[in-house]
Design a protein around this ligand. Structure first.
Ligand code: NAD
Length: 335
């Protein structure tokens, strides 16, 4: 049985991934290391907490001694690294935590894994020949697009927010461990995820929550900023595929080819809520424009041709089907 270290598994994507992995593979044990910051929620893991192949540790990825202890105890042969400060708005208010966790934290996990698995550059210790470090990153490292073009794996990095700059730094650190030490690393850069278990301050949960509570639905600026939306389970399937079959040292972009601006998303969610839970007037009347986020990137869009071509990944959900599942999940949560 293979034992994996998953960091940040109490957050949105990590918890969806752990549930999916433990359901889809029987020969894997998961140790989830999560600091349970405001973004982590143990409730996200209720469906696996009694699974004998699931173990939880509350702790910081910057804590080298803890990581060394865990590697020694469980002999991990894989790391899937989700833990991060992930909210752009918070990175504008408090960049320190982003540099600490995303840059220094990633470095610490990477370095402990390298020391545990390798005896010298390009030389793996016995039993760890296939040990792999999978770094979860974002399309935001590529900066902002105009109306045309897509981010490919070859797009030069141009991060614009403290969040994306810290993720870009962590991507470079991971890259350097491949080139310098020959550590078996893969990186995935994904577009905006949506789906169950997302923190309530993110766009789609905010729209649903504010709509249902009769409050204004805040939309930044003119609502024209475009994101490429991917249902979280499709991201999880892509991660599993890259972790198992991706080529060492490579990066893979994952995205859903679902480009929509924020105003479209707000209107769409309101339309669905109007049919599922009709009120006297449409929820759309609650949409209100608010001051834009400083440095707000205009458009992100992913070219996912590489992961499709090389690994056969394909999204199972389109935006119509994914958003319906998502809204049903939040209705159950909020009602
Ligand atoms: P999230 O904020 O929901 O979860 C992050 C988790 O990391 C939380 O459970 C938190 O408690 C934990 N954490 C934070 N600091 C920690 C520390 N120092 N030590 C241990 N645990 C710590 O984030 P998410 O949306 O699930 O994103 C997961 C990863 O995917 C991140 O690396 C993010 O950059 C990346 N990503 C997210 C998206 C998206 O749309 N959400 C898109 C592409 C990539």
């Amino acid at each position: 049985m293979q034992t994996l270290l998953i960091t940040g598994g109490a957050g949105f994507i990590g918890s969806n991934f752990i549930s999916y992995l433990l359901k889809s593979e029987k020969n894997i044990k998961v140790v989830n290391l999560d600091l349970l910051t405001y973004a982590g929620n143990p409730k996200n893991l209720e469906d696996v907490e009694n699974d004998p192949n699931y173990i939880f540790y509350k702790g910081d990825i910057c804590d080298r001694l803890l990581l060394e202890k865990l590697f020694k105890k469980y002999n991990f042969t894989g790391v899937i690294h989700f833990a991060a400060e992930s909210h752009v708005d918070n990175s504008i208010q408090n960049p320190d935590a982003f540099v600490k966790t995303n840059v220094f934290g990633t470095f610490t996990v990477l370095d402990v894994a390298k020391n545990f698995w390798m005896s010298a550059p390009n030389s793996y210790k016995k039993g760890f020949k296939n040990a792999r470090f999978h770094h979860i990153s974002t399309d935001e490292v590529y900066g902002s697009l105009s109306d045309k073009g897509l981010f490919s794996e070859k797009t030069p990095y141009a991060p614009n927010s403290p969040y994306s700059a810290s993720k870009a730094s962590s991507d470079f650190m991971v890259r350097s461990y491949y080139h310098t030490y020959g550590l078996n690393v893969v990186t995935t850069n994904c577009s905006n995820n949506y789906g169950p278990r997302q923190h309530e301050e993110k766009l789609i949960p905010t729209i649903i929550r504010k709509a249902l509570s009769g409050k204004n639905i805040p939309i930044y600026g003119d609502g024209k900023n475009i994101r490429d939306w991917l249902y979280v389970l499709d991201h999880c399937k892509g991660i599993q595929l890259v972790f198992k079959e991706g080529q060492a040292g490579e990066t893979y972009n994952i995205g859903g080819q679902n480009e929509y601006n924020n105003l479209y998303i707000a209107n769409k969610v309101c339309e669905i809520l109007d049919t599922l839970q009709p009120m006297k007037s449409s929820f759309k009347a609650q949409i209100q424009f608010v001051s834009d986020r400083p440095g707000h990137d205009y458009r992100y869009a992913i070219d996912a041709a590489k992961i499709k071509r090389e690994l056969g990944w394909k999204a199972s959900e389109n935006f119509e089907s994914g958003i319906l599942k998502t809204i049903h999940w939040y209705l159950k949560k909020y009602n």
